[in-house]
Design a protein around this ligand. Structure first.
Ligand code: PLP
Length: 376
């Protein structure tokens, strides 16, 4: 099977799994316990925190809080800091952010405001800034879009947002960026969400990077783990496997970025342009290529490709239960409903090979031409 749905989840790194195995077989203690064996795990967590943070941010200025997933991190950021008045985000966000913003309204907490997108899926910064006023408490702009792959320059955006209202807490959903694209968090970023399973980690492990001087209210209350910011016994095995998977990804991040850019273009060049239209910009993440087979149903193509040994996505896997037939993000980029109906998301991982890309191109052309001819 050729797997090109890595934006939904990645195959866990088996090397990282092997290295972390001792935290299941031997070092299975509760890290909050007072005896030596338990307490020793605190230093393992500390090491993991440091590795996961230091490659993307200044450790003097930021800290890393473990959570159960990217969704939890997004929710904690939003529900902790969106206050009376309004909160601003974009029309490109994953449902972990967009649904939480709608919930702010349902709960009467704050008025949610959504900034429009540019055709490439990045946020229209001018329009975003127009939505921010003296009553804005919280702004969330995703780093890399999970459906179309657009990259937002979050450091510059955060700077502009703070210039307009210095009291704003600025959050970014970094789930599709972390461990994949080169960047360092600027000092205007207050909160940044990450998730393990998008980079060879396991499902159920995530993190919220926060500015040290920002007081983060707990979202899950209990035993006071994570310095009282996120209660619940830490998943030491999952966290260590996340650390090792991240180390692995980070050590070849730049080479992977360059190689996958080449593969993304190779795939696009090979696709039949009478069937497929490109949605992703060349300036987006090399990990995602979104295309549309206009006039065809993406879902049908997905199943046809699946039967031929190729796994692809149609949009956000996490929103597959949504009532809406069309991706709101794709429509917000300005594409029409016929285009939105035919979207296929092809997403790569560093394990993707050139051979797989070439085979995937053939399969996509075959199923695309086949379905087109049946529609005539
Ligand atoms: N944010 C983005 C941009 C995502 O792509 C996803 C998952 O697809 C999430 C948040 C949710 O992350 P998790 O699956 O860890 O809850």
């Amino acid at each position: 099977m050729i797997y090109l749905d890595n934006a939904a989840t990645t195959k866990p790194s088996l090397a990282a799994f092997e290295r972390a195995k001792e935290f299941v077989s031997e070092k299975y203690y509760n890290p909050s316990a007072l005896y030596t064996e338990g307490y020793a795990l605190q230093s393992e967590l500390k090491k993991a925190r440091s590795v996961l943070l230091s490659k993307v941010a200044d450790e003097n200025f930021f800290e890393f809080v473990f959570t159960s997933c990217g969704t939890e991190s997004d929710n904690q950021a939003i529900f902790s800091f969106a206050r009376r008045g309004n909160a601003v985000t974009t029309l490109g966000e994953h449902s972990a952010v967009s649904a939480a913003f709608h919930e702010l309204k349902n709960r009467g907490v704050a008025e949610p405001r959504f900034a429009p997108l540019n055709p490439d899926g990045s946020v229209n910064v001018e329009k975003l800034l127009e939505l921010i006023d003296e009553k804005t408490s919280f702004v969330s702009v995703m780093h890399v879009n999970n459906e179309i792959g657009a990259i937002n320059d979050i450091n510059t955006i955060a700077k502009l947002v703070k210039k307009k209202n210095p009291r704003v807490v600025f959050h970014s959903d970094g789930v599709q960026a972390y461990g994949k694209i080169p960047f360092k968090l600027g000092k205007e970023i207050d909160l940044y969400s990450v998730s393990a399973h998008k980079i060879g980690g396991l499902k159920g492990v995530g993190g919220l990077i926060k500015r040290k001087s920002l007081v983060l209210p707990p979202y899950i209350i209990g035993g006071g783990q994570e310095s009282g910011r996120r209660s619940g016994t830490e998943n030491v095995f999952g966290i260590k496997q996340f650390q090792y998977a991240f180390e692995e990804k980070f050590s070849s991040l730049k080479e992977d970025f360059a190689r996958l850019t080449e593969y993304r273009e190779l795939l696009w060049e090979g696709l039949d342009k009478t069937v497929y239209t490109r949605l992703s910009s060349v300036n987006g993440t090399p990990y995602i290529l979104s295309v549309a087979a206009k006039g065809l149903r993406g879902e049908i193509l997905l199943h046809m490709a699946n039967d031929k040994g190729l796994i692809v996505g149609t949009g956000s896997a996490c929103s597959s239960n949504a009532k809406n037939r069309y991706s709101q993000v794709i429509l917000a980029c300005g594409f029409d409903e016929r285009t939105a109906d035919g979207v296929l998301r092809l997403s790569f991982s560093p394990e993707t090979t050139r051979e797989e890309v070439l085979q995937a191109t053939e399969i996509l052309n075959e199923v695309g031409r086949d379905l087109s001819s049946r529609m005539k």
